[in-house]
Design a protein around this ligand. Structure first.
Ligand code: NAD
Length: 477
């Protein structure tokens, strides 16, 4: 098979690609590297910057901002550690710039990775046409390349969505993308949606001194998380100064000359607030439009590209991974799906992505991280469970570090003591969750967690103790 590449009106003949990936985020670029490892010839099409939303406008720059908020909060707690710090100031522009520098540096790293692995990167917008061809259009919508491929992988990610009748104008009503590069700290901000983005930005803006209201339409913040964990985070955010309103439904948003007026309903009553900015954080929609997929008969389900357990769409040879293929819309899931999809294309014998072991991490302070079944989910499945808890207030390391908020909560099958899931609220929760993810993957029992010697003093001892607590064998609680 040959591929014809048109450049500057000239036709060039080239070897066919085994794989053309559309989208250079954590799903797409990971898949491209994996395909090169398996000896495939790979082209990667990206219209913005390599690294996608995660690296440029999501996970990475927000983690830089959140770290800065944490450092700032720690400074304000200086007295607890014996420091008399006065006159501490921050430079907002430098706060934003550090986050951008972090993202930019990593995006260059991905470009280097592509080069090192021999992936052909094409800048432009990809569109699938019949007979497994992919057009690459440039910024004036002219076809710059036409590629042919054995396999086409759609990894185009997602964009923030809004509510009906409320348009994200990027100035008064913003998405997370604008929230991370604001020219100045808003004096007050209302955040609609208390999922991952809502909670992280509520922590961030509040830590730097904005008045923050966090609105959630469901009864608890982080609605997919364990209720105790979500309540614990809510109490902490409220202690820090965030106004949290649950069961709250936005009625309307109006941009005025002096701010944005938001009307919402809560507890049967109507409320109205005027704030400098509104951040919409009500989820994301997959970017599947304009890819030519409908014409090829690629089936959709609930707004996402329908895939089978091997990540293949309803059309043979067209595969989809990451946010565009539906929830959970997480960077690490996209990467895992990308590797799995390529392994299947290459005919390797393996199982699909293990969807029972997907860590979910929220990087507020305290952090929240979970994996596997929550207690409520296990009970809803009719499982007989034992639950163990360990509060960080009882941890020597947590006390020494001044990070006593939060707890470890583990869920086990009561008969065999097998780990079913766990949630951690606390300073290092997003790091600690890895132990539970591996434990689940290896079908660990409570005894294996309990009898694994955990270094002392560490926050991780909380996992060992919670495992013991579930079966009446904890030592330090
Ligand atoms: P999300 O789905 O996590 O949360 C959206 C929240 O908005 C939910 O709690 C939902 O109940 C609420 N909501 C929906 N309609 C509402 C309404 N009308 N009024 C009030 N609340 C409403 O989505 P997100 O926080 O926007 O994040 C987008 C995606 O990015 C998610 O898939 C998320 O997992 C991912 N993400 C992950 C991280 C992380 O892993 N740390 C960080 C940021 C984003």
């Amino acid at each position: 098979m040959r591929v014809s590449i048109e450049r500057n009106g000239m036709n060039q003949e080239k070897e066919a690609y085994d794989l053309v990936v559309i989208g250079g985020g954590p799903g797409g670029y990971t898949a491209a590297v994996r395909a090169r490892q398996l000896g495939m010839r790979v082209a990667l099409i990206e219209r913005e910057t390599l690294g996608g939303v995660c690296l440029n406008w999501g996970c990475i720059p927000t983690k830089a901002l959140l770290r800065q908020a944490e450092v700032w909060s720690l400074l304000s707690r200086g007295g607890e550690f014996g420091f008399a710090l006065s006159g501490a100031k921050y430079d907002w522009q430098q706060v934003v710039d550090r986050s951008r520098d972090t993202a930019d540096g990593l995006a260059q790293g991905v470009a280097f990775l592509m080069k090192k692995n021999g992936v052909d990167v094409l800048n432009g917008t990809g569109r699938v046409t019949p007979l497994r061809k992919v057009e690459v259009r440039d910024n004036v919508d002219a076809v710059a390349h036409v590629l042919e491929a054995n396999h086409i992988l759609i990894a185009t990610g997602s964009t923030p969505r809004s509510l009906p009748g409320i348009e994200i104008d990027g100035e008064h009503i913003i998405s997370s993308r604008q929230a991370m590069v604001l020219e100045s700290l808003p004096s007050d901000i209302l955040i609609v949606g208390a999922g991952a983005i809502g909670v992280e930005f509520a922590y961030f803006f509040n830590a730097f001194g904005s008045r923050v209201t966090l609105l959630e339409s469901l009864p608890q913040i982080l609605p997919r998380e364990d209720e105790e964990a979500a309540e614990s985070l809510r109490a902490s955010l409220e202690r820090q100064g965030v106004a949290v309103e649950t069961d709250a439904r936005v009625r309307g948003v109006e941009v005025l000359s002096d701010g944005v007026q938001v009307g919402y309903e809560m507890g049967g009553g109507k409320r109205e607030v005027t704030v400098e900015r509104v951040l919409m954080a009500v989820g994301v929609s997959g970017q599947s439009r304009g890819l030519g997929l409908e014409a090829l008969g690629v089936r959709m389900r609930d707004g996402a590209i329908e895939i089978d357990e091997r990540q293949q769409t309803s059309v043979e040879g067209i595969w989809a991974i990451g946010d565009v293929a539906g929830p959970p819309q997480l960077a690490h899931v996209a990467s895992a799906e990308g590797i799995a999809a390529v392994d299947f294309m290459a005919g390797r014998s393996r199982l699909g992505v293990d969807r029972n072991v997907v860590p979910n991490c929220i990087y507020s302070h305290p952090q929240v991280a979970s994996v596997g079944l929550s207690e409520a989910e296990a009970l809803a499945q009719g499982l007989d469970v034992k639950v163990g808890r360990f509060p960080f207030a009882a941890s020597g390391k947590a006390r020494a570090a001044g990070e006593t908020e939060g707890f470890v909560k583990l869920v086990f099958g009561s008969r065999y003591g097998e780990l079913l899931g766990g949630v951690i609220v606390g300073a290092e929760a997003t790091e600690l969750i890895g132990e539970l993810a591996l434990g689940l993957r290896l079908e660990a029992t409570y005894e294996e967690l309990l009898h694994t010697i955990h270094a002392h003093p560490t926050m991780a001892e909380g996992i060992m103790e919670a495992a013991g607590e579930a079966f009446g064998e904890a030592i330090n609680i």
